[in-house]
Design a protein around this ligand. Structure first.
Ligand code: SF4
Ligand code: SF4
Length: 234
């Protein structure tokens, strides 16, 4: 494959530089298989790439397009010219001022850095919930699991499980689906009592520094507890 050529926008402060985007020949393959096509009037993957090639990246950054794109990567995989669409649309998110990031993902990212999870669940509440749910599952009338408990901070476990904070916050029983699999498989697993969040909103908000900090925390937990495998919820 030929070396990547970046669109020349040296005099622009916006860090959107799609590799080989200037080779787009408007085939439309990207938009044709994209789950976000049709969600934002006037935009699709092909139009967004073409806009950037023509120097209209600020219009893309200011639009809803980069935020309805799910970053699934299908377009990038299918593009016959090898254009890095997903990377480009995420860069558009990065270029958005933080106070203009839509939805809760920027606030959740900041909350995660401050308290170790996106929704700010206090450590004691989290540990109480895990213990309570463990007892509930052990004594479940229809499917009891004798001897079950949630192993917290278990050193040397095979798997360290990260958690989507929406589950302890609003859908706690959903955690039991995983736990039942671990129980049936006799898996050796654990949950960290700190920085246990498994959903990295720094990734989705385009905030690279926060994303790296959150990844580093998960790895630090795995190293501290000497676990071999990290499990992410999604
Ligand atoms: S698939 Fe690639 S070449 Fe085709 S329109 Fe999309 S970006 Fe352009
Ligand atoms: S990465 Fe975004 S633009 Fe590409 S196919 Fe997925 S949703 Fe569509």
């Amino acid at each position: 494959m030929e070396p990547a050529i970046e669109v020349n926008r040296k005099n622009r402060k916006i860090p959107v530089a799609p590799e080989m985007a200037d080779r787009c020949f408007t085939c439309g393959t990207c938009g044709g298989g994209c789950p976000a096509t049709g969600l934002v009037p006037g935009w699709d993957a092909r139009k967004a790439i073409r806009a950037i090639v023509f120097g209209l990246e600020q219009e893309v950054i200011d639009s809803k397009w980069p935020w309805v794109c799910t970053l699934c990567g299908r377009c990038q995989y299918q593009c016959p010219m090898g254009i890095q669409l997903m990377k480009t649309f995420r860069a558009c998110r990065t270029a958005r001022d933080r106070d203009k990031v839509p939805g809760p993902i920027h606030k959740g990212t900041m909350m995660n850095l401050e308290r170790g999870n996106n929704l700010g669940i206090p450590r004691d509440d989290f540990l109480f919930l895990l213990a309570d749910l463990g007892v509930e599952m052990e004594n479940d009338e229809e499917q009891p699991t004798p001897g079950f408990y949630v192993p917290v901070d278990k050193e040397g476990a095979n798997v360290i499980v990260t958690i989507n904070s929406k589950e302890p916050f609003g859908e706690p029983d959903d955690m039991k689906f995983w736990w039942r699999i671990f129980y049936a498989a006799k898996e050796d697993w654990t949950v960290s009592s700190v920085n246990w969040e498994g959903v990295n909103w720094g990734l989705f908000s385009g905030d690279d520094e926060s994303m790296k900090k959150q990844v580093a925390r998960v790895i630090e937990n795995a190293r501290r507890l000497k676990c071999k495998t990290i499990l992410y919820p999604e």
